[in-house]
Write a protein that binds this ligand. Structure first.
Ligand SMILES: [Fe+2]
Length: 376
């Protein structure tokens, strides 16, 4: 499904016109609790509450839970919603997608999240305005949902938001740590997308544009030294990383990341970078010794060379260079220091891997590779 993207500093002010053009009447605002105010989105959308029938839904925590999505769906049905506007981070946008997926009546939501049946298409429009940069969720056709602490992914073409507004002003007020976590997620997504088995020429063109901007600007964004227009560029780059993984999907660093988050409460963006630097080196070393574990040698060789050039780093000590990048953002990137102090704890997490994402990795990771990545 094609998507209209409206970009620019202050572009959230265009929302009223967009809603008029879309002939929207009954609108569900899915928002964060505090971020809606602190981002400036509440002030910028005040007029909309006066001109349309708007109901706000923010009664849910981060990492969307099935029961909360069902609650939101019931509100949307009762109020006869024709448009959903999601304003927030990845969890908020995913919540809006889940409501859309469950909206059509007489659907077995358990079967939808299990992947046994497809969600029925809804004609309700979804306009998405991220206040972080970013998960890229505003430009993907899938959403994460947790049920009984288990993570599921709901995917359908119609879940791609119809219109996206990218306004760099909205993530200015994110804390330094939030900017670092979200920026690292975007950069990992751009890098993983580039080397993913599922990459295409189109996804590579997105990640190619995103990688240098995200890598170069993130330290300045986090330290507060970036100029306003750089915030806009950065948000657009994070969105491109989202567009890239929408096609290619993510790979092994994401595959290993989910247990770090669910069992050690390590934020997603940081969790991905606990393995990415070593995995990058494993890929590079596999090429250097022409390893049998590479699925497509020529393609990986071109990809790794290109990523190194896009990052502007040396071919040697890649893992240390990337770890220092994370440390310089003020974040810890050692599993040991984040609570995985014993070999058995690290071994345990290494086994709780998302197999579907792992299969998308360009190198089949050997037992030795896993030991290297997890310091076992
Ligand atoms: Fe991610």
């Amino acid at each position: 499904m094609s998507q209209r993207v409206i970009s620019g500093l202050g572009s959230i002010s265009k929302l009223k016109n967009i809603l008029e053009d879309e002939d929207s009447k009954n609108i569900l605002f899915v928002t964060g609790k505090k971020s809606f105010l602190t981002s400036g989105a509440a002030a910028a959308t005040k007029a909309i509450f006066n001109n349309f029938n708007v109901i706000r839904f923010n009664d849910f925590e981060i990492n969307p839970k099935l029961e909360d999505a069902i609650k939101g769906t019931e509100i949307a049905r009762k109020k006869n919603i024709d448009t959903i506007v999601s304003i927030g981070g990845g969890s908020v946008i995913d919540m809006a997608k889940l409501i859309l997926a469950f909206l059509d009546i007489d659907q077995d939501v358990e079967k939808i999240i299990d992947g046994n049946i497809k969600a029925k298409i809804s004609s309700v429009k979804h306009i998405s305005i991220p206040t972080t940069a970013g998960t890229g969720s505003e430009s993907t056709h899938f959403a994460v949902v947790y049920s009984n602490k288990k993570k599921y992914s709901v995917a359908a073409d119609f879940l791609m938001p119809k219109i996206v507004v990218l306004d760099g002003m909205l993530f200015l007020s994110n804390s330094s740590d939030q900017k670092a976590f979200n920026g690292l997620d975007a950069l990992a997504q751009a890098i993983e997308s580039h080397w993913a088995c599922g990459s295409t020429n189109e996804s590579k063109s997105f990640s190619r544009k995103a990688i240098p901007i995200l890598f170069r600007e993130l330290p300045k964004i986090v330290s507060g030294q970036a100029k306003m227009e750089k915030f806009q560029n950065f948000m657009e780059a994070a969105n491109l990383a989202g567009k890239a993984i929408n096609i290619s999907k993510t790979t092994s660093p994401h595959a290993f990341s989910y247990s770090f988050t669910s069992e050690y409460s390590i934020p997603h963006g940081q969790a991905v970078w606990l393995t990415l630097p070593k995995i990058f080196e494993v890929h590079k070393n596999a090429l250097d010794c022409n390893s049998q574990s590479i699925l497509n040698y020529r393609e990986l060789k071109i990809s790794i060379e290109e990523i190194i050039n896009l990052l502007g780093i040396n071919h040697i000590d890649i893992s240390d260079r990337l770890k220092n990048f994370v440390k310089d953002l003020g974040l810890e990137c050692s599993m040991e220091k984040l609570g995985l102090t014993t070999i058995s704890s690290r071994e345990d997490i290494s086994k709780k891997v998302n197999l579907e994402r792992l299969k998308n990795n360009p190198v089949v990771l050997t037992k030795e590779n896993i030991c290297e990545i997890f310091n076992i």
